[in-house]
Design a protein around this ligand. Sequence first.
Ligand code: DX5
Ligand code: ZN
Length: 217
Amino acid sequence: MSVRIAPSILAADFANLERDILEVASADLLHVDVMDAHFVPNLSIGLPVVKRLAEVSPLPLDVHLMIEDPDRWAPRYAESGAASVTFHIEAAQNARRCAADIRSTGARAAVAIKPATPADAVMGLLGEVDMVLVMTVEPGFGGQAFMPETLPKLAALKASAQRTDTALWLQVDGGITIQTAPEAVAAGADTLVAGSSVFGPADRERAVQALRDACQP
Ligand code: DX5
Ligand code: ZN
């Protein structure tokens, strides 16, 4: 299976989001980082912007919620046109119900773990989510260095999903470049978020292709 590439608009030009999104139309998903300045020490965008992005994006929206109280907010993002909504296990009160609420809208549900959170924290949820996001940097900011010590969690999650015959996507987010992407894929990732390495270069289409090429066996 070829990997899915999800450019993160955190590294795009916030004054020209539609223009920048159209430049990455050859990718698979559009990664949208929502931050509340509480769960992470940074603030980005919220529901009104996500709604408009869903209307103009040629790619399905992959919304990554780095917010407190996802139990309350995640279903609202799912109803706002996101194809997939990811919440953090560290922030959820009732992860099982949160995932079910997202899925009840027709969106895919995903759960994320920070670098210090073990894979075991989400093992019991694998049948109830469509994707697990293993953060490969501390959430909050783009442009940080990839943390290879997070990668063994992917193999553990993959093995568990295979044992139980669960169709599960495994996503990595943070510091993904043509150098680190092959490492993440070798460790079990199939869905790669990339901010700086896609929106940094002037030719974004080429940057998406370069990531795909880097992951070819
Ligand atoms: C970080 C965000 C990432 C970020 C990745 O908290 O979740 O999606 O945009 O940026 P890069 O690819 O620059 O590390
Ligand atoms: Zn993200």
